[in-house]
Design a protein around this ligand. Structure first.
Ligand code: ZN
Length: 315
């Protein structure tokens, strides 16, 4: 499948000529009693989000955003479509379930993983919420901790079965970077090849040995919370990334900022979606990365992940 399913229709991989943000949120509602600000709302925030993307397209050629807001996270594909059209940046929408704290009642109500897989396959084949817009990726499928609990195992297996049935790839949420090996083991049991798996938030896990094992298995290692200094300093991220590159795994790296609350928008003084381009990539260049390596990590890798292509064929 060398075509990417975006909210505005199929996009041939060859037309992705600029960088990709591999794990973002453009519309989301993760508000809880303990946190009333974890949201990017269709009314209040779509305009500043659109403006940021349009500016990044202009300045850095931003071509595509992989939007990993799924069921139970405030997903709104009608607004995603509007943001994509108005910013002229392609957007891939997602389906799946986040980690247990955000599971909607349908997860508990379902008898088994097959029943949940059917929900996802229906969305992939018929579109989301009657919009006719189909997801182009499974994600961000969440677990928390090094051992996966029963409810999260059910959603992870369901997502894997939907991925196997439909040909889409699958991006995960590893809570604070933990659980990647356990996730990959479950996904392998379900028959999903590692090159169609992206393990999320690995930049929050200060363990280069785990990164190498995951990359050796063939999965993508997502350094996708770049700029979230309250979770991990970019200095540590850079050290961890250089370690993975030195081990020869540049073709497994995905990069993004995981903007998940309105306070992260530049309009509100946050780092914004552009932090990767404005701050982190210049640091990576200063550490020796050339244009080809940056193009690999920011464009060819995410395109290969999304299209489920096993190895790099052409540039
Ligand atoms: Zn996320």
């Amino acid at each position: 499948m060398s075509v990417i399913r975006t909210v505005t229709g199929p996009l041939a991989a060859a037309f992705v000529t600029g960088p990709v943000l591999a794990h973002e949120h453009l519309v989301a509602d993760l508000r809880r009693d303990t946190d009333g600000e974890a949201a990017l709302l269709p009314g209040a925030h779509a305009a500043p989000v659109t403006a940021e993307l349009a500016a990044l397209r202009e300045e850095f050629g931003l071509a595509l955003v992989v939007e990993l807001t799924c069921r139970g996270m405030g997903r709104d594909v009608a607004t995603l479509t509007r943001i994509s059209r108005e910013s002229d940046v392609a957007v891939v929408a997602a389906t799946g379930w986040y980690y247990e704290a955000f599971h909607p009642a349908e997860v508990t109500a379902a008898r088994d993983a097959d029943e949940l897989a059917a929900v996802l396959v229906r969305e992939i084949e018929n579109g989301i919420d009657g919009t006719g817009v189909s997801p182009g990726v499974l994600g961000e499928v969440g677990t928390h901790g090094d051992v996966i609990g029963a409810a999260e195992e059910k959603t992870l297996r369901a997502s894997a079965r939907a991925a196997v049935r439909t040909g889409l790839s699958l991006a995960t949420h590893c809570h604070l970077g933990h659980g990647g090996l356990a996730q990959l083991a479950v996904l392998a049991e379900e028959g999903l090849p590692a090159h169609r798996v992206s393990l999320g938030h690995q930049d929050l896990l200060d363990d280069p040995g785990v990164h190498r094992r995951l990359a050796q298995a063939g999965a993508y290692i997502a350094f996708d919370t770049v700029g979230k200094e309250n979770y991990q300093s970019d200095a540590t991220r850079l050290r961890l990334l250089l370690s993975l590159l030195e081990a020869g795994h540049a073709d497994r790296v995905l990069l993004s900022c995981d903007i998940s609350r309105h306070g992260y928008l530049t309009a509100e003084g946050g780092q914004g979606y552009g932090h990767l381009f404005r701050s982190f990539l210049p640091q990576l260049r200063a550490a020796g990365a050339d244009d080809d390596l940056i193009d690999l990590m920011t464009r060819r890798n995410p395109v290969r992940f999304l299209t489920g292509t096993r190895t790099e064929e052409t540039r």
